[in-house]
Ligand binder design. Structure first.
Ligand code: DGT
Ligand code: CA
Ligand code: CA
Ligand code: ZN
Length: 574
C-alpha cells in the first residue's frame, strides 16, 4: 500500500465515524493522520520498516498499530467493523455536491438511505419530506448535485491522466523493441477531464508489446489484445480505474495514426471532408489518392497537403480553427512562463516554507514568485490576521534579501467578503507587491450577487488579479453562476488580471471563458496555487488550458519580467 492508499483509508474511517455520529475530536484525529501520511515525502513502508511510525505527528501507539496492520495485511479490522454499521455505499452520498457528513448521517439514520439509488428513490417518492435541513431549496440543490455527479462520472482529471501517462510512457520505452511512445486523444488536447487514455507506439514486435502491456501491474481487465492494439483497465488508486488504449503504429504512417487518434472526432470529421472534396481519403494509415500515398509519416505533412497549418492539438476541437489563416503566433507555451504568482506556505494552509518554494522555483528556472497566503476570514485555511500578514511580509523580505537569482514577492490571496469588500484594509494591501482576490464562501447566492462581489473586488485599486474566478472544483463543485462577460470587461477596463488557476482540480477560468476574456481585452495570469512544492509542476495544466483558449504569450502577466508586472501593479494604484 502506498502513502496515498493509507491516507484514503483513514479519510474514509473519518467519514464513516462522522456519519455514525462519533465526536468531532475523534473524527478529526483520523483526518489529521490521513493528511500527515498523505503529505509524507518518505514511503510509509520504509518508516514502518524502521519502526518509526510512532514518531509521525498525530500518530500514537494505537494508530501506528493500525497503519502497520494495513501495511502487512492490506486490511483493517476496525474499518471492517465500521462497514458493518455504515455500508460502504453511504460514502457515495458524500460525493454529491452539497451533501456533507452531517446531512448524510441524517439521511442514513432517519430515513435509512444508504446509497445513491436509495436517495434517488426517496427524491422521486417524496421520501425526504419533513426531514430537518431538507427544504425545497436544499432538495433542489441535491437533485442538481446528483445530475452533476452523473455527468462527470467515469471521467478522470487531466492531472491524474497526465501522471499515469508519464509512468506508462517510461514503462513502455523500457520494453524491448519499443522506440517511440506518444500520447494522443483528449489528454494530448489538454481537455480538463479524459474518458480514456490513448497511447501510440512504434515497436519491432507489436504483439509482444501488447502482451507485456496487458500484464502490467494494476491491470484489472483486458478488453482487447492483438498485434496492433491493446486495451486494458488499470486500477491507479483503490477503487478507481481508467481505460488505457495502446496502439502500435507502423513507422511510415505514424503521423497519420497520431493525427487520427488525437482527434477530436469533430476535428477529424472536418479534416476528412476536406480530403474527400479533393477526391482523396484520410484514415489512421494516411492521406491517399487511390493507391498513391500523399502523406502519412508526419502530422505536418498531412495538414500541409490539405493546405492547412499543423494545428496545435489543443486547438483541434472544431471550434473555429479551420477558419484560421495561420496558427496564432506565440501561442502560450510552458517555456514562456517566467514565474508563478499564487502559492501558499505553512503560514496559512500550505505545507512548505517560503525558502522551500524559492528553492523549487529556482529549479524550474523562474525569475520570480509571489507568496500569497490566505486572509483572516478563511478560517479553515488558517488565514492570516493583519498582524500575521505583516510578519509574513517581513519574513518574505528577509528571504528575498538573502536570495539571488530569483525575485521573491510578497502578496496575498485576500478573501472577497459577502458585501464585495476585501478582508484587509487598502492601507495594508498597499504594502504588498501583488494582490490576488478570491471568493471562498457564499458562492450559492446567484449570479447577480456573485457578479456584484467580483466586480467590487476588481474595482479596488490594490487588486491585481481575481483568483479562480468561478470557484469550481472539477467533478466536485459546480462553477458559481456569474456574468463572465461583465467581469471580463471590467477587468479589461481597470487593468486587473483574471487567473487561470492551473490546479487540475480547478482549471479556472476554463478554456472557453479564458478565450472570452482575451477577446474582451482582459489580462490573464496562469498560476498554480501550489500548497506544496511539487504542485508548482501543475503549471503545465494551466498552460494547456490557456492554449485551448488561444492565449498568446503577451496576454499572460507571468510571461512578463518582474519589472513590467511592477508597472502593471503601480498603474492601477492611486
Ligand atoms: P475521451 O477519451 O472521451 O476523453 O475523448 P477522446 O477524444 O480521447 O476520444 P477517444 O478515446 O474515443 O478516441 C480518440 C480519438 O480517436 C478521437 O479523439 C478521434 C479518434 N476517433 C475515435 N473514434 C473515431 C471515429 O469514429 N471517427 C473519427 N473520425 N475519429 C475517431
Ligand atoms: Ca481518449
Ligand atoms: Ca480511446
Ligand atoms: Zn490559493
Amino acid at each position: 500500500m502506498t502513502n496515498a492508499d493509507i491516507a484514503r483509508v483513514f479519510e474514509e474511517i473519518a467519514d464513516l465515524l462522522e456519519i455514525k455520529g462519533a465526536d468531532a475530536f475523534r473524527v478529526n484525529s483520523y483526518r489529521r493522520v490521513a493528511r500527515t501520511v498523505g503529505d509524507l515525502a518518505t514511503d510509509i513502508n520504509e518508516i514502518a520498516a524502521r519502526g518509526e511510525l510512532g514518531t509521525l505527528p498525530g500518530v500514537g501507539k494505537a494508530t501506528a498499530a493500525k497503519i502497520a496492520e494495513l501495511l502487512t495485511t492490506g486490511q483493517l479490522r476496525m474499518r471492517q467493523e465500521l462497514a458493518e454499521e455504515v455500508p460502504q455505499a453511504v460514502l457515495q452520498l458524500l460525493e454529491i455536491p452539497g451533501l456533507g457528513p452531517k446531512k448524510v448521517a441524517l439521511l442514513f439514520h432517519d430515513r435509512h438511505i444508504a446509497s445513491l439509488a436509495d436517495l434517488k428513490k426517496a427524491l422521486d417518492t417524496g421520501g425526504l419530506e419533513g426531514l430537518r435541513g431538507f427544504g425545497t431549496k436544499s432538495v433542489a440543490q441535491i437533485r442538481q448535485g446528483i445530475a452533476f455527479l452523473e455527468r462527470s462520472a467515469g471521467r478522470t482529471r487531466l492531472g491524474v491522466g497526465w501522471a499515469i501517462m508519464q509512468n506508462l510512457r517510461n514503462t513502455l520505452l523500457g520494453m524491448e523493441g519499443v522506440t517511440r511512445v506518444e500520447h494522443a486523444g483528449s489528454l494530448r488536447r489538454g481537455c480538463e477531464t479524459i474518458g480514456d487514455l490513448d497511447l501510440l507506439c512504434i515497436a519491432a514486435d507489436g504483439q509482444r508489446v501488447v502482451r507485456e502491456f496487458t500484464r502490467l501491474p494494476g491491470v484489472t481487465q483486458v478488453l482487447a489484445a492483438g498485434h496492433t492494439k491493446g486495451s486494458v483497465l488499470i486500477e491507479y488508486q483503490t477503487g478507481r480505474t481508467i481505460q488505457i488504449d495502446l496502439r502500435v503504429a507502423p513507422r511510415e504512417s505514424f503521423g497519420a495514426a497520431w493525427q487520427y487518434f488525437t482527434g477530436s472526432k469533430e476535428h477529424n470529421v472536418r479534416l476528412r471532408e476536406r480530403a474527400i472534396k479533393r477526391g482523396w481519403s484520410l484514415n489512421e494509415y494516411g492521406l491517399t489518392a487511390g493507391e498513391r500515398v500523399i502523406a502519412s509519416q508526419t502530422e505536418e505533412e498531412i495538414y500541409a497537403a490539405l493546405d492547412l497549418p499543423c494545428f496545435p492539438p489543443e486547438l483541434r476541437e472544431d471550434r473555429g480553427e479551420f477558419d484560421l489563416a495561420e496558427i496564432p503566433p506565440n501561442l502560450l507555451a510552458l517555456e514562456h512562463i517566467r514565474g508563478d504568482l499564487h502559492m501558499h506556505t505553512e503560514s496559512s494552509d500550505g505545507r512548505c516554507t517560503i525558502a522551500d518554494l524559492v528553492t523549487a522555483a529556482k529549479k524550474l528556472g523562474y525569475q520570480y514568485i509571489c507568496i500569497t497566503d490566505h486572509s483572516q476570514s478563511s478560517t479553515i485555511a488558517n488565514g492570516l490576521t493583519p498582524v500575521r500578514l505583516k510578519k509574513l511580509i517581513a519574513d518574505v523580505r528577509a528571504v528575498a534579501a538573502k536570495t539571488t537569482g530569483i525575485a521573491v514577492l510578497a502578496g496575498t490571496e485576500v478573501d472577497i467578503l459577502a458585501d464585495g469588500k476585501l478582508d484587509y484594509s487598502d492601507k495594508l494591501l498597499a504594502e504588498l507587491d501583488f494582490v490576488i482576490a478570491s471568493i471562498h464562501s457564499g458562492m450559492g447566492k446567484g449570479s447577480e450577487e456573485n457578479t456584484r462581489r467580483t466586480l467590487a473586488a476588481i474595482r479596488n485599486p490594490y487588486v491585481n488579479a481575481i483568483g479562480h474566478p468561478t470557484g469550481r472544483l472539477i467533478g466536485r463543485r459546480k462553477a458559481m453562476d456569474l456574468d463572465i462577460e461583465a467581469i471580463c470587461k471590467e477587468a479589461a477596463r481597470t487593468g486587473t488580471a483574471l487567473e487561470i488557476n492551473a490546479s487540475d482540480w480547478r482549471l479556472d477560468l476554463k478554456d472557453q471563458h479564458a478565450r472570452l476574456a482575451r477577446e474582451l481585452g482582459a489580462p490573464l495570469t496562469v498560476n498554480t496555487d501550489a500548497h506544496d512544492i511539487d504542485q508548482l509542476d501543475e503549471m503545465i495544466f494551466g498552460v494547456l488550458t490557456a492554449r485551448r483558449a488561444g492565449l498568446r504569450k503577451a496576454d499572460v502577466l507571468n510571461t512578463w519580467t518582474a519589472q513590467r508586472i511592477g508597472k502593471f501593479v503601480q498603474a492601477k494604484r492611486p
